[in-house]
Write a protein that binds this ligand. Structure first.
Ligand SMILES: [Zn+2]
Length: 461
């Protein structure tokens, strides 16, 4: 391991016998400049005399990992701030070990479909940011001319829908609109992220109504996802464009995605904690806190998603935290808002199941920090190594807790995980060398300026 360059002046050292580095887990002392907010060096655990006098935090056998990067969060602010908001979302994220989130362009009013709307959102987010925040732009009918200005203004990519988004102010693209938007985005090297369900197959399925989960599941068939993914692969190939599949639920798409990547198509894919940890079989009738689109599917499908993670076909695991007020979660699956809240719980939820299936914390870090940071090109995030931002989570991986909705910092404490016992307690969270959460509560003196910053797209390496 390298010695510390004598020119560098750390003001903080974080030690653990289990630091997750890009080269694996090891005992190490991480030298940090909190003044500069970055990691200076990853040093031997028993680092010598030159660090004497520097404030040191020793986490013992708790795991020191890079702060999570959650690229799929619906903050809904401004406009639907009663559903969530930047202050509550980023506080919940910090409590859960997340140090960067990327906000989705819809559910807020206005949606992020023009530079003007982006600036409105940034002005709301800036004073409320407990963690770092990036933004997705939106591609909707009629805003193709807004895409490049949004790209230049720093959004990390563009989201679109192929069918009704759930809110009328963010309409979906038809096939011609999708192609036009993707051609434009490919022209400046941008990234399109897509809610991939085929509208015709959804329209042809029996519409959901009533409290039975089986009826809801039948209304969102795997075939609709499979067909949409196929179409996106073809389009990405034809246009030489980068396309990312959001919240993959149907594992039947995985062989096609893997084959497309082998032939060089620039397609990536994420899945979500709820698809990896909850199953259709366990959803009680009327329990619409489990409703999301695409839906939570059967246990056998979940096993196949885990195989997709293990073999590298699935790149990332991100929350798709999409809350609403409790009154919108009626017991009718046709009427209830679709969305699952898990921003604060993603790490322990995924780790609990990953651990049971023989995966390591390193795997979880790759899926939930390194790969999402790489997806959006945030090169200072996603790893513990010299030069990166000093963003960390400290995890007690073998400690368990039972999910108490009242302990969540989400604005609305409706959660599909209520009462579950999970492995992995987040002891503390650090952003650019400052402790921002301590045992699930905000850390540091009240009244000091918040540490979170707004992030812009970095030029591609
Ligand atoms: Zn979403």
């Amino acid at each position: 391991m390298p010695e510390l360059d004598p020119e560098l002046e750390p003001d903080l050292v974080l030690r653990s016998t289990r630091v997750i580095t890009p080269d694996g887990q090891r005992a190490a002392s991480v030298a940090v400049s909190a003044a500069e907010g970055r990691i200076l060096a990853v040093l031997p655990y028993d680092t010598g005399t030159h660090l004497r006098g520097v404030r040191t935090e020793d986490f013992g056998d708790d795991v020191l990992l890079p702060g999570l990067v959650d690229t799929h969060v619906h903050v809904n602010d401004p406009g639907r701030t009663d559903w969530e908001g930047f202050a509550t979302a980023t506080r919940a994220a910090a409590a859960g070990g997340v140090t960067t989130l990327v906000d989705m362009p819809l559910n807020s009013v206005p949606p992020t479909t023009s530079v003007e709307a982006l600036e409105i959102k940034r002005n709301v987010a800036r004073p409320a940011a407990h963690i770092d925040i990036g933004f997705w732009g939106g591609a909707i009918p009629g805003n193709t001319a807004d895409l490049r200005p949004l790209h230049d203004a720093g959004v990390l990519g563009f989201k679109c829908f192929l069918l009704h988004s759930g809110v009328d102010e963010f309409p979906h693209l038809d096939p011609a609109g999708l192609k036009a938007a993707l051609r434009e985005i490919a022209g400046f090297g941008g990234l399109l992220i897509v809610h991939a369900e085929d509208p015709q197959l959804i329209d042809g399925a029996p519409p959901p109504s009533g409290p039975r989960y089986a009826d809801f599941l039948a209304s969102r068939p795997r075939a609709a996802e499979n067909r949409a993914v196929e179409g996106l692969i073809d389009l990405a190939r034809e246009l030489g464009a980068r396309v990312h599949i959001l919240h993959l639920s149907s594992a039947e798409s995985l062989p096609r995605i893997a084959a497309a990547r082998r032939e060089g198509v620039a397609i990536t894919v994420e899945t979500c904690p709820h698809f990896l940890t909850l199953t259709a079989e366990e959803v009680p009738d009327g329990a619409t806190e489990f409703k999301c689109c695409p839906p939570i599917r059967e246990a056998a499908n979940q096993d196949a998603l885990w195989r997709g993670l293990a073999d590298g076909t699935i790149d990332c695991v991100v929350s798709d935290h999409s809350p609403c007020t409790a009154d919108l979660k009626t017991d009718d699956f046709g009427q209830a808002w679709g969305g699952i809240s898990s921003l604060q719980l993603g790490l322990p939820a995924v780790w609990t199941e990953a651990r049971r299936r023989g995966h390591t914390v390193e795997d979880v870090v790759r899926w939930m920090s390194t790969a999402p940071a790489a997806l959006v090109g945030l090169r200072r995030k996603g790893a513990i190594e010299a030069g990166r931002d000093a963003d960390f989570a400290v995890l007690a991986p073998e400690e368990t807790f039972t999910v108490d909705p009242a302990a969540l910092h989400h604005r609305n404490q409706v959660t599909a995980y209520a009462g579950k016992t999970l492995h992995g307690v987040v002891r503390s969270t650090w952003l650019r060398g400052h402790k921002i959460a301590d045992h699930g509560a905000p850390a540091g003196p009240t009244g000091r300026p918040l540490t979170g910053r707004l992030l812009e797209r970095q030029p591609r390496a």
